[in-house]
Design a protein around this ligand. Structure first.
Ligand code: HEC
Length: 153
């Protein structure tokens, strides 16, 4: 009888401990997701600030560009097709003929050579996720890898 009771208590404890472990396991599985989305939000917010400071004069806050002078970033086929080039042109600028959504542009865009790899990753995360774009986070490591290849096509 006593033995039986002890066994029950033991069984009960075992159950509590295993429930607790399962809970911890589930929480820890969720962890990376939350920190990933925090990281995305940080990049996106910083990117928006940097975009306002360095880019929106020409491309406008809503990304629509300015007539035949400055091409749009909003729904730009150029941006979809030339992802790596876009990171490079932020730092190094670009000139010569360039076509966006069937319209030709030919003005020099000055680069911002002081932008760090992280800042470029943040601006990229911003412009590739606002205005109906949904590329997701562009991490600083990915930006660094791409920026190291600029001018080496
Ligand atoms: C002084 C005005 C100016 C500023 C500031 C500027 N751009 Fe540009 N941008 C241009 C022009 C002009 C072109 C087209 C270049 C050409 O004709 O070769 C261009 C082209 C582009 C393109 C490729 C074409 C497209 O529309 O998809 C992207 C992407 C771009 N700029 C992003 C940026 C980002 C991001 C910044 C801020 C870091 C920035 N630009 C700052 C003027 C500017």
């Amino acid at each position: 009888m006593i033995n039986d009771l002890r066994f029950r208590i033991w069984e009960f404890r075992f159950c509590i401990v295993s429930c607790f472990l399962i809970l911890v396991f589930m929480l820890s599985c969720n962890q990376p997701k939350t920190s990933d989305s925090n990281k995305f939000t940080n990049y996106f917010r910083q990117g928006e600030l940097l975009y306002t400071k360095h880019c929106s004069n020409c491309h406008q806050a809503d990304g629509s560009g300015l007539g035949r002078l400055y091409p749009p970033l909003k729904q730009s086929d150029y941006m979809n097709e030339n992802f790596e080039q876009v990171l490079c042109l932020m730092r190094n600028g670009i000139q010569g003929e360039l076509t966006v959504n069937g319209v030709q542009y030919n003005q020099a865009m000055p680069g911002v050579p002081t932008l760090t790899d992280l800042e470029i990753a943040e601006i990229t995360t911003y412009i590739y996720n606002v205005w109906d774009n949904e590329r997701g986070l562009v991490d600083v490591k990915e930006a660094e890898r791409i920026l190291n290849t600029c001018g080496r096509e």
